[in-house]
Design a protein around this ligand. Sequence first.
Ligand code: FAD
Length: 433
Amino acid sequence: MGAVGRYGSRGVSIRTDHGVRYLESPPSTVDLAIVGGGVVGAATAFFAARAGLRSVVLEKRPRLATLTTPVSTGAFRLQFDNQEELELVREGVELFDAFAERTGLDGWDLGLRRHGYLFASLSEGSAERAQRLVERQHAWGLTDVELLSGDEARYRFPYLTPEVRQARFRAHDGWLHPRRLALGFAVAASHPERIPGYSGGGGAFFCVDTEVLAFQRDERPRGTTREITGVATSRGTFSAEHVVIAAGPFTGRLAALAGLELEIRPTRRQKLILPELPEIPPHAPMTIDDETAAHWRPGLNGCYALWTEADTPSSEPLDDVPISTAWAFGLLDPRSDHSLTRVSTLWRDVWERGTADWFLQAGQYEYTPDSRPYLGPTPVPGLSINGGYSGHGIMASAGGSRLVVDLLLRRVDPAVNPFRVDRPMVKREQDVL
Ligand SMILES: Cc1cc2nc3c(=O)[nH]c(=O)nc-3n(C[C@H](O)[C@H](O)[C@H](O)COP(=O)(O)OP(=O)(O)OC[C@H]3O[C@@H](n4cnc5c(N)ncnc54)[C@H](O)[C@@H]3O)c2cc1C
């Protein structure tokens, strides 16, 4: 149920719905305009509100967090191949653990589960790569990643096939409900006075059905680039001191509107949902084929299964991402080279039974050249980016958004930001997940 009031010099009406404060159109001026009402835009609004900024979140769809965010499996892991992303996600997971207290949202349940992440190796090459990675992770202080022999892994996870020769496992990795996370950030940003450590003066409003069409820029060139001064939307134009683009797969397109060329490749990723599946052990970890990147985890009364194929071509950003039944059969059919049966025997039973109901959802990862996000200020004065998260935008949303707000407020030196937009790009060996 909602409450309605009036706001600002334009007298636009405020509606509060399930704790989120909505405006029918943007106010005439804000400290910060955030483009995109997915988990990343909502997290940005939360950290901005906590820091005392007045912001507005602009979302072109009629509801928040309805594009990529709800398609995600909501999983988080610290098992990364680089220390910077590991620390970024670690910061977020610490917040997830104490979400209700840190946001002031008493009793807010993220549906957090810690069943672990299990990467299974079938080939010698994969096992050797995993051993080297675990050594590096231990050296970075992530000492609770276990390297299991095939037999040890089967003893703990009896559904693994005899072909699994080794596995790496971290019990504290897990997952949560991604939309509850996004809406939790939105509610907390709407009521900053409840946030512990809030210094006053800030807070966010949300405008849905509001598409950003263009950015207003200073008429007088300052150096070679012109400063952003405002935002033109389908519901009016307003002035903003700062703009953060958090538009998921549309981030590159929005940056281009501001005169900034960013390399971001939206790439279709699908999720197979089997809502009722008695074969799935309810406490199973996220189980990943380290070579094919096919993976699954318990979800609903069944399972979510995915395949993040390395060679999927990128495309334009899409509002409606098509699904493919052939893709689903590629996971389910034991004859497929990336079938889930390679790692887990239970999938052969599911296939042979032939009666399981399933359906698909699709969204897009946004890949940067090194598959790490773009976070922080850009060469266009007044414009910051919070995007390019590939498959990590849920788990890294909190750490990334806190960093973007701190950079914007000059609390962090941009030179020490490993995710700055103009960093040298180093292509990584393999982390398509
Ligand atoms: C199949 C799949 C599985 C995934 N699994 C995981 C996982 O397990 N863990 C994990 O951490 N990540 C996962 N991800 C990635 C994660 O979902 C994304 O990184 C994250 O949701 C990105 O959030 P976002 O807010 O940036 O983007 P979105 O949720 O896409 O939100 C962006 C918003 O911007 C809006 N927008 C765009 N253009 C405009 C405009 N001009 N004006 C106004 N609004 C605009 C869009 O309508 C949209 O609502 C997965 C992704 C997919 C596709």
